[in-house]
Design a protein around this ligand. Sequence first.
Ligand SMILES: Nc1ncnc2c1ncn2[C@@H]1O[C@H](COP(=O)(O)OP(=O)(O)O)[C@@H](O)[C@H]1O
Ligand SMILES: [Mg+2]
Length: 305
Amino acid sequence: MIAIQNLTKQFGATTAVKNLSLAVNPGETFGLIGPDGAGKTTTLRVIATAMRPTTGQVTVAGIDVTHDPEAVKKTIGYMPQRFALYPDLSVLENLNFFADVFGSPRAQRTELIARLLGFARLGEFQTRLARNLSGGMQKKLALAATLMHRPRLLLLDEPTTGVDPVSRREFWDLLTQVHLDGVTIVISTPYLDEAERCQRVGLMYRGELIACDDPRQLRANLGAVVFEAHSTRALQARKLIEHRAGVRVASAHGDQLRLLLDCAERAAEIQTFFHANAISVDDWRQVQPRLEDAFVLMIAQEKQP
Ligand SMILES: Nc1ncnc2c1ncn2[C@@H]1O[C@H](COP(=O)(O)OP(=O)(O)O)[C@@H](O)[C@H]1O
Ligand SMILES: [Mg+2]
C-alpha cells in the first residue's frame, strides 16, 4: 500500500527524515512511534502529499506522491494532529462541510452521513456545536470526516494525544472497525499500549527508522531481562548503578526501580552492591518486558557513541 525508498526530508539545516525505507502492506495497521522531533509527522505529511520529499521516492497504491498527488489524495484520509473542525458548526454541519470538500455526491450524502454518525456514535449529538464536544468526541468526529470519501489508506497523526483513557479505547474500537473493512492504517502515537495493538511498529529516532517489527517480536528480542524492585530511595539507587557493568537501562518512578540487565544473574550482584552501600531495595522480581522497555533500550543504544 505504501512503498518508501530512501526518503530524506530536509528543512534548511535540519534533517527531519533521513534515508527512510519502509513498506506498509494492504490492510495492515502500522504504528509509528518515537520521541518528539523524531520525524513521524514529517513522514506522514510526505505520504499525505502535504509536503514533497527532498530526495527519495514514495508511492501509495503504486502512485508516486510527487508525480500525481491528486490521485494519491483520493486514496488517502489524512488526520493531522490539529485537525481543523469548525467550532461554530454543529456535528452534522461539520460533516456536511467535509462532504462538500470531498465532493461526495448529493444523492448518497444523507445515507453516508447517517452511517458515519452511527459509526462515530455521535448520532444523539448531531446538533451540538463542535466546540462543545469533549476532546474524545472531537477526535471521533474528525475521524468520521476523514472517512467521508472512503479512503483505502488512513493516516492518523497522534489522533488520541491528550484524550482520556476511556475515549482512547472508544477511538480504537472505531479503528478496529475501519481495519476490518480492509482499510490500511498508519498511526503515530505516544502511547505504547496503542502501539501494542498494531500489527507492526516502526520506531523512529532522529529522523531514522531504528526498528520495525511486530510489537511482540520487539519485546521478545529485547536482549535484556527486566527486574523491578521497591525502594524509598529509588532515585538514589538508580544513580548509583546506572553506569554499572551489565546495567543496560535503569529508571526510577516514585518508589519503583526498573532495571534492564544483560542477564538474570546480574540482579543478585546488584542486590549485594546495594546492601554494601546501605541502600535498602527490596521486593525484587523479574517481570515481562514491555514495549516501552524495547523503546527505551533501543534509544539508549542509539545515543551511545
Ligand atoms: N516545517 C518545518 N520547518 C522546519 N523544521 C521542521 C518543520 N517540520 C518539522 N521540522 C523539524 O523536523 C524535525 C522532525 O519533526 P516532526 O516530523 O514534527 O517530528 P515528530 O512528529 O516525530 O515529533 C524536528 O526537528 C522539527 O523541529
Ligand atoms: Mg508529530
